[in-house]
Design a protein around this ligand. Structure first.
Ligand code: ATP
Length: 486
């Protein structure tokens, strides 16, 4: 059965993965809070990302840069001028949207014939751009006039009230300004970072000077970024603040082949998604950016896309950005960011390949991928590595001291090895249903037989099979079962 976004939003709220932000005050658009199990899941994904891309590699080092940064950083990066997106409002219901998102959501659902005829008729748009839109169903890099033309041609309705009554396209900036200083009139403007990447570029020299790294090497960062996103919907797919995992991989273009590096990163990213996070490969694909869509300084950009319930969407970007970023910062800061080659003594401004992912999108992806609903139950078949709890322990009855005491003892022992939940509310059936919905791979029940023979029932989330296991073997049995699932 096809997973619907409503199902994911419902289970996320019901079971404490994701809550709408500021909910008791009527909510705040595009903000979300993570509940107890969502926090564990997010933390597991972040830890796995850090372990895989930083700790296990000897060519990547970590960084934790400030969230607030000098406005000069964002002038140099082009974000204060170039980060200009098109905004429109519905005159009927006042819904505010990013025009590119509205168009892309609309044309994703058109059949090939209708899309092609509609776009080909718009002859004032350059034919390369038309071709790109038809091929990719993306509209990045279009002017306000071109966007307006598409909105009118397809009579794109408002997703909220279905009217076609859009205002003119206006440009806005996604960066969040911050006023520093407390005295009015004596404040200076800074920005909340719009991406983690700039932290790596402005600290490139610090890292070179303070560590033993040599080209090629990467600087990685995992942390919050902020964008004034106005398009609502689809849970944590697009939010005002989100957790980014980015790597800037620096290399000397004379000594390393960028195409080879690019391909290696593609393989690494793919294995992280499929092997470490356990996502089904058939739900993932690569999509290369067309010339119109790609930033002017990039020689190649590809997105790994996941098939969300609302269509294939960007999960992870991979871009060869040449030496654009470092050269921008050289120009603006007037600092020499070149590296001296130890053999030849020549100076080189490194080029960079950038894999950039949103951790919250990874979380939404793993929830969608793991979700299964049958007549009997709903289950999140999360990879055990990701599951908020690996095991849940239940006493059969909550009012029998001997059972509860014994269950507490088993729980305390297992806690030394796994993340474990304890539950003595309601009946066993309800407890199983609850643990299935939060993705706990194994449930252990302590019953009256346990008091006689020291065995417990272990129930497998996926097969729902139950086995009796002796308590002294329980931890090694669960370890082997979890490893088998991995
Ligand atoms: P999009 O086209 O979806 O806005 P982008 O191309 O602007 O994304 P990048 O700047 O390349 O995104 O950021 C890298 C990654 O960060 C994206 O692939 C995505 O996973 C994540 N990301 C970007 N914006 C958001 C957001 N507002 N909320 C959640 N995740 C985001």
């Amino acid at each position: 059965m096809k997973v619907e976004m409503n199902d994911i939003v419902a289970i996320a709220k019901r079971r404490g993965f994701i809550y709408p932000g500021s909910e008791i005050y009527g909510g705040l658009a595009n903000t979300y809070d993570y509940g107890p199990v969502g926090t564990e899941l997010l933390r597991n994904i972040k830890n796995l990302w850090w372990e895989y891309f930083v700790q296990r590699r000897d060519d990547v080092v970590g960084l934790d840069a400030s969230l607030i940064s000098h406005q000069a950083v964002w002038n140099a990066s082009g974000h204060t001028s170039g980060f200009a997106d098109a905004l429109i409002d519905c005159k009927n219901c006042q819904l505010r949207m990013r025009a590119d998102h509205l168009i892309e959501d609309y044309i994703t659902l058109l059949n090939d014939q209708n899309l092609e005829t509609g776009i080909q008729n718009l002859t004032s748009i350059h034919h390369d751009k038309r071709f790109s839109i038809i091929k990719t169903r993306k509209v990045e890099g279009l002017s306000s006039e071109e966007i307006t033309l598409i909105l009118q041609k397809f009579k794109i309705p408002c997703p909220k009230c279905s009217e076609h009554a859009w205002t003119e396209v206006r440009k806005f900036n996604l960066l969040f300004p911050v006023n520093m200083g407390i005295v009015e009139g004596d404040q200076s403007l800074a920005y909340l970072r719009g991406e983690t990447a700039q932290g790596m570029f402005i600290n490139f020299k610090n890292v070179m000077d303070s560590t033993r790294v040599k080209l090629p090497f990467g600087i990685a960062q995992l942390g919050k970024s902020f964008r004034n996103e106005i398009t609502p919907g689809n849970s944590v797919f697009r939010t005002l603040e989100f957790e980014q995992g980015e790597i800037e991989y620096f290399f000397d273009p004379e000594k390393s082949n960028w195409e080879e590096l690019f391909e290696n990163w593609k393989v690494t990213m793919w294995s992280f998604a499929t092997e470490v996070l356990g996502v089904k490969a058939e739900n993932l694909r690569w999509r290369e950016h067309t010339d119109d869509e790609r930033s002017f300084y990039s020689k190649r950009t590809e997105d790994m896309e996941y098939q969300f319930p609302f269509g294939f969407k960007e999960l992870w970007g991979l871009a060869y950005r040449t030496d654009y970023d470092l050269s921008q910062h050289e120009q603006h800061s007037k600092k020499d960011l070149k590296v001296v080659d130890s053999q030849s003594g020549t100076k080189v401004l490194p080029h960079v390949i950038e894999p950039a992912v949103g951790i919250n999108r990874l979380l939404l992806m793993v929830m969608c991928d793991a979700y299964e609903k049958t007549e009997k139950r709903t289950v999140l078949k999360l990879h055990p590595r990701l599951a908020p709890f690996k095991v849940a322990v239940f006493p059969l009855l909550s009012n029998k001291e001997e059972l509860v005491g014994k269950a507490r003892k088993v729980y305390d022992d297992l806690k030394k090895h796994f993340t474990v939940a304890f539950d003595d509310r309601g009946n066993i059936g309800k407890r199983y249903l609850y643990q299935d919905e939060i993705g706990t791979p194994f449930c252990v029940t302590i019953d009256f037989d346990t008091l006689e023979d020291d065995t417990v029932t272990v129930r497998d989330r996926d097969s729902m099979e139950q086995k009796r296991i002796v308590i002294k073997d329980l931890s090694s049995y669960l370890t082997s079962q979890i490893n088998e699932k991995m």
